[in-house]
Design a protein around this ligand. Structure first.
Ligand SMILES: Cc1cc2nc3c(=O)[nH]c(=O)nc-3n(C[C@H](O)[C@H](O)[C@H](O)COP(=O)(O)OP(=O)(O)OC[C@H]3O[C@@H](n4cnc5c(N)ncnc54)[C@H](O)[C@@H]3O)c2cc1C
Length: 434
């Protein structure tokens, strides 16, 4: 994946513990420190980017990482509230912006460049060798839709590349348990199901370019640029970029995102052992994830705008039987603020219009999703909600561009429906190319 970096450069990265923080970081000159966790897909996505950049910048900036679960007191002292978190130091002082969550390679580069002179940055970047490669099919997004399309195309001997800004797996990899994917008697951990899907496609021979930055997409030319210098061309493109969580869009959210407000229970719930948590939302995701968070947290207050949940009945029954969880129906959050170690969520009772302040150690937001179409939204026909319109072969309004999974206009967004879309697109494309 990092073959664009000079091959002679060894990785210059070191794992440290909090006892080494003083020597390695505070007395270490220019340093970037990655706090990571296990069972954390965004951490796994950052790791190869961090390693690749360590090769490139390692002569000027020291790259160190620390396991957050085993170094909790230091992480808390440094204000680290979510994984991964990247902190930048120069001569013992924290510089540049703290990066958390789904960190892009370009965001890290931006912060690293700020720590060096312009001349030095130019010299370092001279080592990067631009490349161009050609495939029959390029799939953008390695969730269930993209992985299934990759599998079918590979089995039809179609030369396919699968590109993802994160590691393969999509939303399934951050879902703690999947109980409705056919073929398994017991509920499956989401990371395992997505790992198996990904391995099946990879073993078949599909080429993977994952945890990369997608810098440019030209749908007309069927050309995608990753990490700014690797151009990938194909005869056909399948868009399988799925959806991202909606933000509340209220005061304090942006500032506290990744610093007490989280959108991923699998990543962050384990840090709330016996603590108090607010969960916002009332659909399947909110209800199922609240139940998962209750394995760790001591008390959960759910805030939902309607007078009943929209989640399925089975999930609701489980939630109502959970003594750790209470619900504020017909309430809506109005703002978030930090007071010391606590997050204050101001909620409004939609009936009485009275406002109350909820004090908690953390907040999880699950209020629906929006399609990931930013890089090509003005090129394709979309429905009123911004999802891509396709025909029954999954073809979009542009020739040779297909779309599958949650990103397309449809009624039901599930793993099974994404997998079905991927199957259809791949069979249609394989027939056209043969
Ligand atoms: C919390 C939660 C729980 C769920 N539980 C269930 C369940 O129990 N059962 C069920 O059937 N469904 C469940 N779902 C829904 C299910 O996860 C989705 O329907 C399914 O993952 C959709 O697959 P997809 O491939 O379309 O997209 P995704 O899984 O969203 O994958 C999209 C991929 O595209 C990548 N990507 C995004 N932008 C770009 C870009 N510009 N370039 C390249 N790659 C990009 C992303 O990194 C991601 O890997 C759940 C969803 C959530 C959020």
């Amino acid at each position: 994946m990092n073959d664009q970096y000079p091959p002679h450069q060894p990785t210059k990265m070191k794992e440290i513990s909090s006892s080494e923080f003083e020597n390695e970081v505070l007395a270490g000159g220019k340093v970037v420190l990655d706090f990571y966790s296990t069972e954390c897909p965004p951490c796994e996505a950052v790791a190869p980017k961090f390693e690749g950049l360590a090769k490139l910048y390692g002569n000027d900036i020291k790259f160190v990482k620390m396991f957050r679960q085993q170094n909790k007191p230091l992480a808390e002292k440094l204000g680290v509230k979510s994984s991964p978190t990247l902190l930048f130091f120069d001569k013992g002082v924290q510089v540049a912006e703290t990066l958390t969550g789904g960190i892009k390679r370009s965001d890290i580069i931006h912060q690293l460049d700020r720590m060096l002179t312009d001349e030095r940055v130019k010299e370092i970047k001279k080592d990067i060798i631009p490349t161009v490669s050609e495939f029959d099919v390029l799939i953008l997004g390695a969730g269930p839709g993209g992985l299934t399309a990759g599998l079918y195309l590979c089995q039809s001997k179609v030369n396919t590349v699968l590109i993802d800004i994160a590691l393969p797996g999509g939303h399934v990899s951050t879902t703690h348990e999947v109980s409705n994917y056919p073929g398994f008697i017991d509920p499956q951990p989401g990371y395992l199901l997505s790992h198996n899907m990904s391995e099946q496609t990879k073993l078949c021979g599909t080429i993977y370019k994952v945890a990369v930055d997608v810098s440019k997409i030209d749908l007309e030319k069927k050309e995608v640029v990753v990490d700014e210098f690797e151009t990938i061309r194909a005869k056909k493109i399948i868009i399988a970029t799925g959806t991202s969580p909606n933000l509340m869009g209220i005061a304090g959210e942006r500032e506290l995102k990744g610093k007490g407000i989280s959108y991923c229970a699998t990543c962050d719930a384990k840090y709330y052992g016996d603590k108090e948590v607010v969960v916002i939302g009332g659909g399947n995701s909110a209800v199922e994830e609240a139940d998962f968070i209750s394995r760790f947290a001591g008390k959960i207050t759910m805030v939902h705008q309607f007078d009943a949940f929209t989640a399925n009945k089975q999930a609701q029954e489980k939630l109502f039987a959970n003594p750790k969880i209470s619900v504020l129906f017909e309430h809506e959050p109005r703002s978030f603020a930090r007071e010391g170690d606590k997050i204050i969520t101001e909620v409004e009772n939609l009936k009485t219009k009275t406002k109350t302040k909820l004090e908690s150690d953390g907040v999880f937001v699950f209020i629906g999703m929006k399609p990931n179409i930013d890089l090509f939204m003005d090129k394709l026909e979309l429905d009123n909600w911004g999802y891509i319109k396709t025909n029954e072969d999954m073809q979009t309004s542009m020739p040779d561009v297909y779309a599958v999974g949650d990103v397309i206009s449809k009624k039901y967004r599930q793993i099974t429906t994404a997998v079905a879309d991927g199957t259809i697109a791949a069979i249609a494309i394989a027939k056209e190319l043969s």
